[in-house]
Design a protein around this ligand. Structure first.
Ligand SMILES: Cc1ncc(COP(=O)(O)O)c(C=O)c1O
Length: 329
């Protein structure tokens, strides 16, 4: 089942609304994400609990989630795991924890359309699930830069729960049950028909585009492993990575970025200032640890060019300039 929303911000926000998240409720998420993930919690007047991340995948750490639950107990109503850069979170553990403590899961799959996890169902049997189909609700962004993008703003919520589905259909359309009958104070978060039409064409190509991204990542991995102190992306063996972003780590990040930019190579930092250090979030969140891993990773990450259509000669150029930089160090 799905329910379209105007953009991922609305998908996340309406998802929390459909769960009746409100004053005094606590929602756990990662501070190493785009601001929309966490701002929706504050828009519900709920409290953010930022958990630290796993140093290898950069996704929220299940162990840190448990620490948050131990501290805030029953106040925790939901968690928003973000499948960062295109790699699924450790959903096996997250689902187990959330079942134990009766916490709802709203997946932020904005960067991970099509990424999969192999769940062990018996000792030698597996079930493959796509991100967005694992938690209670899954949220996707179709912002033009995403793996599946429209030509403006668009978002989508997935759920297998009929009650959430029906409530979300009402919430996105002014709380309407039928013509001029309103059950909730709702919103106008309908997806534009024009964007939907574009997405219906583009969705046919998403697997092919993701495969192209994976091929590019494979070349980068091969060429950049062992160069300077570079750490290439770690991919868990029970999941696939759809490389919305190809992110390396190096202690020389700022200098390397400048060098690449001077050689006309576009690169970016996602995210240099984590949300816990952003002025907008000052005094508006709880933590159970110092978020040391977030800080360490934020100082070192660098996103290299990756998109379907990037040519081998262009990849070679990027790689050659990175190698040159480390030789000159
Ligand atoms: C992880 C994450 N969450 C949420 C969003 C917000 O999506 P939108 O711009 O469609 O509201 C983005 C978009 O950049 C994102 O990367």
């Amino acid at each position: 089942m799905n329910d379209n929303g105007k953009q991922l911000f609305f998908s996340l926000f309406l998802s929390l609304k459909s769960l009746d998240i409100e004053d005094e409720d606590y929602v756990i998420t990662t501070p190493f994400t785009f601001t929309a993930t966490a701002e929706v919690i504050l828009h519900c007047n709920a409290k953010i609990v930022f958990a630290d991340i796993d140093e290898k995948t950069y996704n929220i750490s299940p162990e840190e989630i448990e620490k948050c639950i131990k501290k805030f107990g029953k106040k925790i109503k939901a968690i928003i795991p973000v499948h960062l850069y295109g790699q699924p979170c450790d959903m096996e553990k997250i689902v187990e924890i959330c079942k134990k403590y009766e916490i709802k899961i709203v997946e932020d799959a904005a960067q991970a359309h099509g990424a999969e996890i192999k769940f062990r169902v018996q000792s030698s049997k597996f079930k493959v699930k796509k991100v967005g189909s694992i938690g209670d609700l899954g949220c996707f962004s179709f912002y033009p830069t995403k793996n599946l993008g429209c030509y403006g703003d668009g978002g989508l919520i997935t759920t297998n729960d009929k009650n959430f589905y029906e409530k979300l259909l009402r919430l996105r359309n002014h709380g309407r049950v039928e013509h001029y009958l309103y059950k909730h104070i709702g919103f106008n978060a309908r997806l534009d028909n024009l964007q939907a039409a574009i997405l219906l064409v583009k969705i046919k190509y998403i697997d092919k585009w993701n495969e192209e991204r994976q091929k590019i990542a494979k070349i980068y991995n091969k060429e950049l492993t062992g160069v300077g102190d570079i750490i290439t992306p770690y991919v868990k063996d029970n999941s696939s990575h759809v490389y919305h972003l190809y992110v390396i780590r190096t202690k020389y990040r700022d200098k390397l970025m400048e060098y690449l930019k001077n050689n006309s190579i576009g690169c970016a930092i996602q995210y240099a200032v984590p949300l816990n250090l952003q002025p907008a979030y000052k005094g508006k969140y709880e933590i159970v640890s110092e978020l040391a891993t977030v800080q360490k990773v934020a100082n070192e990450v660098l996103s290299l060019p990756i998109y379907p259509g990037l040519k081998e000669t262009q990849i070679e150029y990027v790689v050659s300039k990175i190698k040159q930089f480390f030789k000159k160090l």
